[in-house]
Design a protein around this ligand. Structure first.
Ligand code: G1P
Length: 300
């Protein structure tokens, strides 16, 4: 059995340029899918996986993330005084509490890459393997991280990443595993490359933003020269540790949405709206009206 995963790291310092102007004043992690900000889904997933400490690697310009994440007793008191006890209770259940929960906010002042963001959490991480969750990969269904933590507990120590099958063309958008074998939901690999040209992709197993990493990742990141885009790439540090530790992809059971793109955000919104009684009625009415004027690139 491997050591338990006690720490979850949320890299949330990014600028969110793909969603400007929406992200000019609102962090992309707070963009809502129906009524729930992306960061909340990731927090719920980490909670289900039973982690003890959550570390948010943020940026001074994104203080609103902390305001969302942490409990707001004044807001709850106001809601309760107005008779909105259900809403106050729901906020209490989803928020993290400075007394009962172990939460750390630390800053990444410069955009030096995902690997650098994870390294910023080093001094706050508890001993043992760590989890990393990228909130713009929204995964609905069973907690992907909980599934991975279970699978990791059965496997020898090493690195484990969430994996999904993509088309050859899409390999350019992801870290891609160099696959050596398969065992049920586990995909064995001997390395990974960041956003290869499709013709150079070693497989079509793409890395999704959930990682369970051996604690030695911090040493590998600290000694890591800048890679693609001049950034400290998490992918490079994982790949470096692979020979020493082993690397596995995990085919999770949930549905993943690329909420770092408008299309993915829309898909997630439509899927969740269809589950929400208030929205489902409107969605059905709009879709059945036949009055939506679609403009696709081929029709332009
Ligand atoms: C990051 C990682 C990449 C991974 C992807 C998953 O890329 O660097 O390896 O496949 O997340 O969403 P990003 O999409 O942040 O550029």
């Amino acid at each position: 059995m491997s050591a338990p995963v006690r720490t979850a790291i949320f890299p949330v310092a990014g600028l969110g340029t793909r969603f400007l102007p929406a992200t000019k004043a609102t962090p992309k992690e707070l963009l809502p899918v129906v009524d729930t900000p992306l960061i909340q889904f990731a927090i719920n997933e980490a909670r289900e996986a039973g982690v003890e400490r959550m570390i948010f690697v943020s940026h001074p310009s994104k203080a609103a993330i902390e305001r969302h994440v942490m409990d707001d007793a004044d807001l709850r008191a106001t809601l309760t005084a107005r008779g909105k006890t259900d809403i106050a209770q729901a906020l209490h259940e989803t928020a993290l509490c400075p007394v009962g929960d172990d939460v750390v906010f630390t800053m990444q002042h410069e955009p030096l890459g995902l690997g650098h963001a994870v390294l910023c959490a080093r001094e706050h991480a508890l001993p043992g393997p760590i989890a990393v969750l990228l909130p713009d990969d929204l995964i609905l269904g069973k907690s992907c991280l909980a599934e991975m933590v279970d699978a990791y507990a059965q496997a020898p120590q090493g690195h484990m990443v969430a994996a999904m099958h993509v088309s050859q063309e899409e390999t350019r958008k992801y870290g891609i595993l160099s696959v050596t074998g398969r065992d049920g939901r586990v995909v064995h690999a001997d390395g990974m490359v960041e956003k290869p040209k499709p013709q150079n992709a070693p497989s079509r197993e793409a890395v999704v933003g959930r990682y369970v990493l051996d604690g030695s990742i911090f040493d590998d990141l600290a000694n890591q020269p800048p890679g693609a885009g001049g950034e400290i790439q998490l992918t490079d540090a994982i790949s470096r540790g692979t020979e020493r530790l082993g690397l596995a992809g995990f085919r999770f059971s949930g549905t993943r949405y690329d909420c770092g793109s408008k299309g993915g955000m829309l898909r997630a919104t439509l899927d969740l709206a269809a589950q929400d009684p208030e929205c489902a009625e409107v969605l059905e009415e709009v879709l059945s009206s036949g009055k939506i004027a679609f403009r696709t690139s081929s029709a332009a």
